[in-house]
Design a protein around this ligand. Structure first.
Ligand SMILES: Cc1cc2nc3c(=O)[nH]c(=O)nc-3n(C[C@H](O)[C@H](O)[C@H](O)COP(=O)(O)OP(=O)(O)OC[C@H]3O[C@@H](n4cnc5c(N)ncnc54)[C@H](O)[C@@H]3O)c2cc1C
Length: 384
């Protein structure tokens, strides 16, 4: 398989996602950010086009596509609104965890409504005292007959309060990663509640809340896979999640670069179009080059995950760091090209910069990405 050019099918998928982004997301993105509106109806329209379960098997309504296809889709969607695209990415990650590790009964129960986005899902790993060191999580699930009783709190959960399903990493056993299990908690379960919608720098078109469990009884039948593999499930989900979030950065930045190109050809200073100044042309050339390098690398990592190569996790971590750092830098330069107007909300550029900033923090900070890469390098140097 070559990843240096897209197939006809991939081009058609990309064009479909880009049209949807241009028609249904972009015209509203600035307003949704201002009003903190979570556009559930538009996301269901995206799901009707196959974007609710992109790499979910088709017997439960998924699209059965590859990780590379998903990267192409999330880049295209993000040209309309990175925040909405990123939530759809998290939703897809949760659905995949159930598809990959759930029983057939669980797949049939949860996935058709997730693929249509009639139900939305949230990924619940982070806690107030466990972010980068996620394996230190403390939310406990104690077995009581045919139920688990959950107590604890998750922090920073995207979609919380609106989502219908919470894919929660809980402690069922010893300290460390091997004592963690994954349980699906359904909205409306007694003992499940939410914190206030956090006020934040960007990503305002999706809610972020704490998820609180107090004596919350969840059927054992909602545990995904056996006890003790929850951390493995969470990390496997993140391999793909990191590709998607990287793609969202590239798409957001591409949208910002396109706006900057248009603006530079209209805006005049010193009697010329600012696009005629070589300093600005070189800036644009570097932005386009670095974005293309990040995109190409992301596709390589996606192909590795599709092929399940042994270095896939490392490549996904590398690609997430490069794509999110590059995306933020390119968007920030696009703002600079707009001068003072870039700083005004109406131009839609400052929103992209604010939205892309958090991609360097979540789904594992970019320092954590370096830890993952460094571990494999140092391990190899020691002959491990
Ligand atoms: C808007 C938003 C949405 C989010 N959505 C979700 C979600 O849906 N589900 C979910 O589970 N989580 C979510 N998160 C949480 C996110 O994944 C965490 O914020 C992130 O993993 C970092 O954890 P922390 O904030 O506790 O930072 P910490 O872990 O406290 O890190 C603080 C700083 O120390 C650095 N650091 C930590 N350890 C090391 C080390 N060993 N070496 C070098 N540097 C280190 C970090 O890189 C960081 O710069 C979201 C966060 C935000 C802001």
């Amino acid at each position: 398989m070559t990843v240096f050019s897209l197939t006809e099918d991939q081009i058609a998928i990309r064009d479909m996602a880009a049209s949807f982004a241009a028609e249904s997301l972009a015209p509203h993105a600035v307003r949704w950010d201002e009003e903190k509106h979570f556009p559930v109806e538009e996301m269901r329209q995206a799901a009707a086009l196959g974007m609710g379960g992109i790499y979910i098997r088709d017997d439960v309504g998924g699209s059965g596509l590859s990780r590379l296809d998903a990267a192409v889709i999330f880049e295209a969607l993000s040209t309309g609104c990175p925040t909405v695209a990123a939530y759809i990415s998290i939703h897809n990650m949760c659905a995949w965890m159930i598809d990959r590790y759930g029983s057939d009964e669980q797949r049939q129960k949860f996935l058709p409504k997730l693929c249509s986005m009639e139900h939305l899902a949230s990924y619940c790993l982070t806690e107030p005292g466990a972010g980068s060191d996620a394996a230190a999580l403390k939310t406990k699930a104690v077995l009581d007959g045919d139920h688990y009783v959950l107590d604890g709190q998750k922090q920073f959960i995207s979609g919380a309060g609106v989502s219908d399903l919470y894919v929660v990493m809980v402690r069922t056993g010893e300290a460390g990663p091997s004592g963690i299990s994954t349980i699906v908690v359904e909205k409306g379960t007694p003992g499940l509640s939410f914190g206030a919608n956090e006020k934040k720098m960007g990503w305002n078109a999706q809610p972020t809340r704490a998820v609180i469990f107090e004596n919350c009884r969840v059927p054992v039948a909602n545990r995904i896979g056996p006890e003790g593999i929850g951390f493995k499930i969470a990390m496997a989900g993140l391999d793909g999640g990191r590709l998607n979030i990287g793609a969202c950065s590239i798409g957001g930045a591409q949208g910002a670069l396109d706006k900057a190109l248009g603006y530079a050809q209209e805006r005049k200073a010193f009697g010329a179009r600012i696009a005629d100044f070589q300093a600005l042309q070189f800036k644009l050339a570097d932005m386009a080059t670095e974005l293309e390098a990040a995109r190409t690398f992301l596709w390589r990592a996606a192909a590795a995950l599709d092929e399940k190569t042994p270095d896939a996790t490392k490549l996904c971590a590398m690609a997430k760091r490069v794509a999110t750092d590059t995306g933020f830098e390119v968007a920030n330069q696009a703002l600079q090209i707009h001068g003072g107007y870039g700083y005004l909300a109406d131009y839609g550029i400052e929103k992209i910069v604010r939205d892309l900033r958090v991609h360097q923090i979540l789904e594992g900070t970019n320092e954590v990405m370096r830890m993952i890469v460094a571990r494999s390098l140092v391990g190899r140097a020691k002959g491990n």
